[in-house]
Write a protein that binds this ligand. Sequence first.
Ligand code: SF4
Length: 379
Amino acid sequence: MNHILALNDLHNRQELSPTYDPWDPIRSLQQHGRHVLTSVEMTVSNLCNMRCEHCAVGDTLVMVEPAKMPLDLMLRRLDEVEHLETISITGGEPSFSATTVRDYMVPLLRYARSRGIRSQINSNVTLDYKRYEQLAPYLDVMHISFNYTSADDFHQVGFAKANHAVSKETAAKMYERMIDNARRLSEAGVLVSAESMINFRTHHKIDEIHQLIIEMGCKRHEVHPMYPSSFAKDLPMLSREEMRAAIEKLLDTRDKSVWMLFGTLPFFRCSTNAEERQLLARLASEPNVTVRNDPDGRNRLNVNLFTGDVFVTDFSDVPAFGNIEKDRLDDVFGRWLNGSLAQAIDCHCPAASCCGPNLLVKDMYYREDNFLERSAIIE
Ligand code: SF4
């Protein structure tokens, strides 16, 4: 690893913004003329102090976890990725174990800084601030989930799947700590990005949730529809019409000074539904609003650090198709791209800056559609 520490110079690093989002696979597609691996997500924990109702990886959470693959092996595999631009660290709650923070997360973030690549941690930030303080100097984005309008909401959603009772008082303390930690991290210069899901609980009050996120000092509000899958498969599914209405409401009431990032939307410019195309046109024309193409399988892979297995996302049912003990990540990515699953959704309409639906969206709303036969309708 010969990356020059001078790259670490904050002043030389382009600020993450609506015009610079290196997680969006459309950038690498435009740059290289094909999908390339620019992003690696690593699952470093299956432990969590919460049991959220919507958790995408809830069925992998455990009380005691096994040892992880050696850090050196992971760093070597990252080093081999020719076009690496971003890393993400996820869990469970990745910072649940202080040892994981010290022995994996801090070194991975330092590696990213030294190589001049950008980093994100997905965390619930409900633990003691000291955990996050160690990470802040090397971290670009702290990604948190925020789907609440009160501590009671947090209690109801955050412990829905807990197998022991969690008191309202305990939940309220965690809620306050989460808000306080988010504020402190923002003040420390980390881009705190709060993600809300549009689902049966939130779609009527997404504007109130947005307001609280602004008050917490978050610099970005990320909004995704919730797709009931795996652990959350028993939750009701919203219609595309309800989702569209919630997004319109948010656009009407949002704080326009804050970056809003929408992702995994079930709407495409090739749709025959004019209202959906109009919504996309509105999203494209609003200031400080971006619609990110889904990175999973487009420019990103997920590595499970307990087994070394490599997946296309951290939560899908698609089995692993490589392992860092024997495979280079660029080779695994090439294998994925050449597979029938990836090719079934491999469309690209440059005029719409779109590179197709993700697997969950296709499966949930467009099972019978062949996106390879469609193209964007630009009015
Ligand atoms: S890239 Fe695919 S999903 Fe996007 S507008 Fe074109 S055909 Fe539709």
